[in-house]
Design a binder for this molecule. Sequence first.
Ligand SMILES: Nc1nc2c(ncn2[C@@H]2O[C@H](COP(=O)(O)OP(=O)(O)O)[C@@H](O)[C@H]2O)c(=O)[nH]1
Ligand SMILES: [Mg+2]
Length: 429
Amino acid sequence: MAATDIARQVGEGCRTVPLAGHVGFDSLPDQLVNKSVSQGFCFNILCVGETGLGKSTLMDTLFNTKFEGEPATHTQPGVQLRSNTYDLQESNVGLKLTIVSTVGFGDQINKEDSYKPIVEFIDAQFEAYLQEELKIRRVLHAYHDSRIHACLYFIAPTGHSLKSLDLVTMKKLDSKVNIIPIIAKSDAISKSELTKFKIKITSELVSNGVQIYQFPTDDESVAEINGTMNAHLPFAVIGSTEELKIGNKMMKARQYPWGTVQVENEAHCDFVKLREMLIRVNMEDLREQTHSRHYELYRRCKLEEMGFQDTDPDSKPFSLQETYEAKRNEFLGELQKKEEEMRQMFVQRVKEKEAELKEAEKELHEKFDRLKKLHQDEKKKLEDKKKSLDDEVNAFKQRKTAAELLQSQGSQAGGSQTLKRDKEKKNFF
Ligand SMILES: Nc1nc2c(ncn2[C@@H]2O[C@H](COP(=O)(O)OP(=O)(O)O)[C@@H](O)[C@H]2O)c(=O)[nH]1
Ligand SMILES: [Mg+2]
């Protein structure tokens, strides 16, 4: 079939045809459900909050179980993220639940970099997914997706305002994860204070431009409940796995000398609202938002950083192949430039060395000439001295010969002559 035919059939002028009888594609949603159920689901929660704010207790309360784990101490040198994965089963639905908790958060004197390990952790999960996506042989259906779907941010029940650590951390995380702020241990705060505290937190979040997760209101079936719940944020929660007999029913509660706080009583706290919103109504939306908003943003930035782009500077489509070619040419150009620079540097160094050697040679020649001249002068002086000494020796020899001659003549002339000779000798010396 030609491409134009396809366009005509599925394009704007697509005709709606009534069916004469049952065909069966109305079972498609059921097929999807069956497939999803058989594959199982995964959900990853990140609990951010100071040590001792009740993160572990709340997770146990939410999922009605006791997740193993030692309580964290306040002596950690830095912030660490502890991740645990559990396989849960409810009816015929399997859920791979990962709970990541910040250990040591807020325990250091200098809290400036406390958000960094959290940001790095979230990015590392996005990166792992991106690497799997970019593989030639990818197995995304079997891949354990560890991207964080919901970040429960535990706010201390001070009744005052958010701490700067809370604001800074939430601001750094809001473009990477769905943040659901909750007021922890809300049994520590009175009802009237709680109302004011919620208003204060909301206004601080707005004035600092922190984007928290809004329960979606575009789906009619949940628009009303989600809209109402958005107005209740941040949820004030209480956690407890202890079951107490209230009336004739066993209920999760915390007992105090003056009374009992029921976790699942909406007049006491927002725990039920949180469970409803996080697990029963919006779990799929949280998963979807993570993929379509937060991961998409990470992926786009990362690919752009790597040099990929959808269009060239003239807004024309730019394929992967073209990007690869452009990158390759850019790389080769840079390589050539580097090579040329190194060659120039080498030539320059050789020239410098040559000049240095020439200078040294010249100095050596000059020194040699100086020494040679010195030597010649010395030699000449010595020769002159030798000559004068030779002359002296010759003169002495002549005088000696003359003296000997005189002596021999004297001995012949006899003793009478001795006086005369003595006289002559005296004259001679
Ligand atoms: N008053 C009160 N105490 C709580 C609440 N949730 C937990 N706790 C207590 O706070 C302490 C620390 O809780 P834990 O869950 O280990 O805190 P984490 O360090 O944030 O994981 C424990 O003694 C809990 O029993 C709560 O909602 N209200
Ligand atoms: Mg804990």
